[in-house]
Design a protein around this ligand. Structure first.
Ligand code: PMP
Length: 388
């Protein structure tokens, strides 16, 4: 089996798995109970994890809020920021068409409650135009938040984050970037230059366990910390109630330390493996790269294979674990909203997403390419199509 679906979930890194297992087995205390020794020990582990995550981002521990993953963090930023800003009559959100469903669905949910949402279009390679963001901000001085993802999870396209950040800075509006697919794949600068005010991360997209993530909120960000989504025992400085998932958080922190340390080497290797895989499929099958060929993350290759429906291809090549640009639902097959927004109508059904990780080997990439070549040739010949 050749796993080429690292954009969906990554295998856990060995040290992250060991740390998570150790914490789960040994540290039973509640990290917010300071009156007993077990709680204090757990609290120290949580504090250490917070420091590791902050260091990996080059930021302060007090700016980190642990969550159950990126879905929760995205829901929290969008809803919590708009709820808080509504008090000052800011009831408008700007986002863009290729966001993850956790952003888009959160945005849609607000519409029913008297909020307004502008969803900006993208160009044919999936990039939003920062001038559109600036224009939307000028037209709507009641904007409470701009949310534009750092790296798209289907195509790997990198958004013009610095330019969007600059437009938001000029308008004094907080800027959130979903960095779930960016962390560990492209440099994430959160320093004094133009950068987001809030970012979302998910542990299992970069070598950590499932069920942990974080929201980073810059100290002094214009909108402040979003109003809580979860009310209760006052954890996370009153911003996100609920006992921390300590084992997953400790595993995430360990993964972030290792991913940060290996960043340069790992990303260079990912890019060269991705190019090796892509070149073979482009040359031998006439596959077409979908998304931005220059501004993109190194772990995702989104390819259209003319004449071959992606779901058929993946079914006929069960040894290759990859994703399709369309998903089956009870009602039929829907093309992905990302590909539709980029203008790929019917062609969306022919798009596959191959995504690699640090564990992917040269041999796996070569074997996957050969398997896909054989299967595509035979599917095409059944349809009377020739492979160039
Ligand atoms: N945002 C992006 C860009 C993603 O790729 C994903 C996972 N597919 C999420 C958010 C949701 O992350 P999680 O699984 O941690 O909820």
């Amino acid at each position: 089996f050749i796993y080429l679906n690292h954009a969906a979930a990554t295998p856990i890194l060995p040290r992250a798995a060991a740390v998570a297992a150790d914490v789960a087995g040994r540290l039973y205390g509640n990290p917010s109970s300071t009156t007993d020794f077990a709680g204090r020990a757990a609290g120290e582990v949580a504090a250490h994890a917070r420091r590791c995550c902050a260091d990996s981002l080059g930021r302060r521990p007090s700016e980190i809020y642990f969550t159950s993953g990126a879905t929760e963090a995205n829901n929290w930023v969008i809803k919590g920021t708009l709820w808080r800003a509504a008090r000052s009559a800011r009831r408008h959100l700007i986002t863009q068409a290729t966001e993850h469903a956790s952003v888009l669905e959160s945005a849609h949910s607000l519409r029913g409650d008297g909020f307004d949402v502008t969803i900006l279009p993208v160009n044919s390679v999936g990039m939003v135009d920062p001038a559109d963001v600036a224009r939307a901000l000028r037209e709507r001085p009641d904007t409470a938040l701009v949310s534009v993802m750092w790296v798209n999870n289907e195509t790997g396209t990198v958004q013009p984050v610095a330019e969007v950040a600059e437009a938001c800075r000029v308008a004094g509006v907080p800027f959130h970037a979903d960095a779930t697919q960016a962390y560990g794949r492209v440099p994430i600068g959160l320093g004094p230059g133009p950068a987001p005010d809030l970012i979302t991360l998910s542990a299992h997209k970069a070598g950590g366990p499932r069920g942990a993530g974080l929201l980073w909120v810059r100290a002094g960000a214009p909108g402040g910390v979003p109003a809580p989504l979860l009310h209760g025992g006052g954890q996370e400085r009153g911003a996100r109630a609920g006992t921390l998932n300590l084992a997953a958080i400790a595993g995430m922190a360990a993964a972030m330390v290792d991913v940060g340390r290996d960043f340069e080497q790992a990303t260079a290797r990912l890019a060269s493996l991705r190019d090796r895989l892509e070149t073979r499929l482009v040359e031998a099958l006439g596959a077409v790269v979908v998304g931005n060929r220059t501004q993109r993350a190194p772990h995702i290759s989104s390819l259209r294979v003319p004449g071959v429906p992606a779901l058929e291809l993946l079914k006929a090549a069960p040894r290759v674990g990859a994703a399709a640009g369309a998903a089956c639902h009870a009602a039929g097959i829907d093309p992905s909203h990302v590909l539709v927004a980029m203008g790929h109508g019917e062609q969306s059904f022919e798009v596959i997403r191959l995504s690699i990780g640090p564990q992917t080997t040269d041999a796996e990439v070569d074997e996957a390419a050969e398997l896909l070549l054989q299967v595509v040739r035979s599917l095409r010949s059944v349809k009377g199509l020739r492979t160039p």
